[in-house]
Write a protein that binds this ligand. Structure first.
Ligand SMILES: Cc1ncc(COP(=O)(O)OP(=O)(O)O)c(N)n1
Ligand code: TZP
Ligand code: MG
Length: 209
């Protein structure tokens, strides 16, 4: 995949939002996010019909702005909606199983160590998510923050494999994350809680535009 798609990768679910979620997503799309992940999970999240309707509404907005719509965890939803891709973690469905059912979709995988990285690449992942880099309040079961060390190591071992970094990334630290080798940054709270989504995204984009 073209790593530029990962440049500013916004992840959102209703539980993360302060403003109406679809307003936040549309503002983020207007401001130039390059990828969106639908991640409706956590205490108080939508279920059933409301979950699917919300997903469809997010997908429609992404289509209007030509931004890839990626579904977190829920392979059946990704296939039902014909999403552009799926993001899976180590506890989620094996990549090879999903690839067999969706040849042309983007597959992202979370990795935390060299073994997981090697397996993700070998299994045909299109990109990896590395993190949490810094402490995060948006994922209750997140692993301890890893800092930039593992990201730098993976970049040196895989000079051109698409990598997005995640976890506690904001306007202040985004550039050091990019310098450490990330093609892009993936964020939840810094956009969901911003009082100036356009300004925040401009700063997150950094020098690479
Ligand atoms: C881009 C990106 N990177 C990492 C994750 C985390 O995925 P996972 O470890 O499966 O955790 P959940 O998000 O499912 O709670 C991600 N979602 N996106
Ligand atoms: C989903 C996920 N996976 C690792 S950290 C994280 C949450 C990132 O959210 P924030 O940008 O608010 O720290
Ligand atoms: Mg997951």
């Amino acid at each position: 995949m073209n790593p530029d798609v990962l440049n500013v990768y916004f992840i959102m679910g209703t539980v993360n939002c302060v403003e109406p979620p679809l307003d936040t997503l549309e503002q983020a799309l207007q401001a130039g996010i390059t990828c969106f992940q639908f991640r409706e999970k956590g205490e108080g999240c939508l279920n059933g019909e409301a979950y699917e309707t919300f997903a469809r509404n997010c997908q429609k907005l992404c289509k209007d702005y030509g931004v890839p719509f990626i579904v977190n965890d829920d392979v059946e939803l990704a296939l039902k909606l014909d999403a552009d891709g799926i993001h899976v973690g180590q506890d989620d469905l094996a990549i090879t199983e999903f690839r067999a059912r969706a040849e042309n979709k983007i597959i992202g995988v979370s990795v935390h160590n060299e073994q997981e990285m090697e397996l993700a690449v070998r299994s045909g992942a299109d990109y990896v998510g590395i993190g949490p880099i810094y402490p995060t309040k948006s994922k209750k079961d997140a692993k301890p923050p890893a800092g930039l060390g593992f990201l730098k190591k993976v970049r040196s071992q895989y000079p051109s494999f698409p990598i997005v970094a995640i976890g506690g990334i904001n306007e202040m630290n985004a550039s050091e994350v990019r310098l450490a080798g990330a093609d892009g940054i993936s964020v939840i709270s810094v956009i969901c809680e911003s009082s100036n989504v356009e300004g925040t995204i401009q700063k997150l984009r950094g020098a690479r535009g």
